[in-house]
Design a binder for this molecule. Structure first.
Ligand code: A3P
Length: 318
């Protein structure tokens, strides 16, 4: 009998308790330069130290509220298209929320279910919000491991609006100005957001065959183009026959905002173990530029200025 590994909280609770703390709308602990949500910090540290990637793993990473749900759906539909034909009336994405299809590392480790990751068939698709420096070294070092990482980010102003609406479902008294301030001073959960984005941006420049960098706005502009690139990146390019049969368009249509938001499974119930988030909270508006309906030109300019400064000289513009 293999003794059960100690839970991340048992193993890393003291370490987390010793870290600088900030009480925001989510309590945060500063670990290696990032404000991890306190309730997930032990799990992220456990993932960093314990997870053994397989060469064909695909790790989907996002800054929260930047398109995680959409990326999960698109990646799952594209990668599993031989097992689950896209036109099938019983496709898993028609009866399961994307968060219930692809495991979220923070929940898996918090719940002590990491052994279950070992039982998943290859190629595994997993998801985390962990910053690049906190991924397991066996992924970031890239030596002998061809594990793929796909990252998605978004205009920080739209992220702020999305985060505000999402968090307000849990904390009705949350102030919009408070969310803006937390993003601006870097103490937002998983922040600073600019360092989170830059970690993956630089990795995608250094190792373009291992890290694929996506923007939510590019998905909105031409999801088909991004799905093609994503499928090729994970080694499952669409063939000419599939192209002719409209497979890319089928993936895009299956995962479209209207289609997913309208599904019974995404209108009811909860997903994820942390506070059991209402599934409909993952589908709000699904557009770019909604920030203009929520913040003053001054606030927009403040956020734009911060990110422009942080990204100066990196080749990245959001
Ligand atoms: P809004 O709140 O701006 O509408 P995440 O999945 O990282 O939590 O991000 C949530 C954001 O992605 C929400 O943005 C949500 O509406 C949007 N979203 C979810 N599914 C989508 C889809 N299939 N297509 C486009 N946007 C989607």
């Amino acid at each position: 009998v293999v003794p059960a590994a100690p839970s991340p909280k048992e193993e890393f609770g003291d370490l987390v308790a010793s870290l600088p703390r900030k009480s925001q709308f989510l309590d945060g602990r500063l670990y290696r330069g990032f404000w991890l949500p306190e309730h997930y910090a032990p799990a992220i540290i456990a993932f960093n130290r314990r997870f053994t990637p397989r060469p064909d793993d695909v790790v989907l990473v996002s800054y929260p509220k930047c398109g995680t749900t959409w990326l999960k759906a698109l990646a799952f539909a594209a990668m599993s298209r031989y097992s689950y034909p896209l036109a099938a009336g019983d496709h898993p994405l028609l009866r399961l929320n994307p968060h219930d299809v692809i495991p979220f590392v923070e929940d898996v480790f918090t719940d002590g279910l990491d052994a279950k990751l070992e039982m998943l068939p290859s190629p595994r698709l997993i998801n985390t919000h962990a910053p690049y420096p906190l991924l397991p070294a066996s992924i970031t070092a890239g030596e002998g491991c061809n594990c793929k990482v796909v990252y998605i980010c978004r205009d920080p102003k739209d992220m702020v609006v999305s985060l505000y609406h999402f968090m307000r479902r849990l904390q009705p008294e949350l102030s919009f100005a408070g969310v803006v301030d937390a993003v601006a001073d870097g103490t937002v959960p998983y922040g600073p957001m600019w360092d989170h984005i830059l970690g993956y941006w630089r990795a995608s420049l250094d190792c373009p065959d291992r890290v694929f960098f996506l923007k939510y706005e590019d998905l909105l502009r031409d999801a088909g183009e991004q799905v093609r690139a994503l499928a090729a990146f994970v080694g499952r390019p669409f063939t000419d026959v599939e192209e002719a049969a409209g497979a890319v368009a089928s993936v895009v249509e299956l995962c479209s905002f209207e289609r997913m938001k309208g599904l019974e499974v995404n209108r009811t119930g909860t997903a994820g173990s942390y506070k059991s988030l209402p599934r409909d909270s993952f589908f709000r508006k699904g557009v770019a530029g909604d920030w203009a309906n929520h913040m003053s030109p001054e606030t927009a300019a403040r956020l734009d200025g911060i990110f422009r400064d942080k990204f100066r000289g990196t080749g990245l513009a959001i």
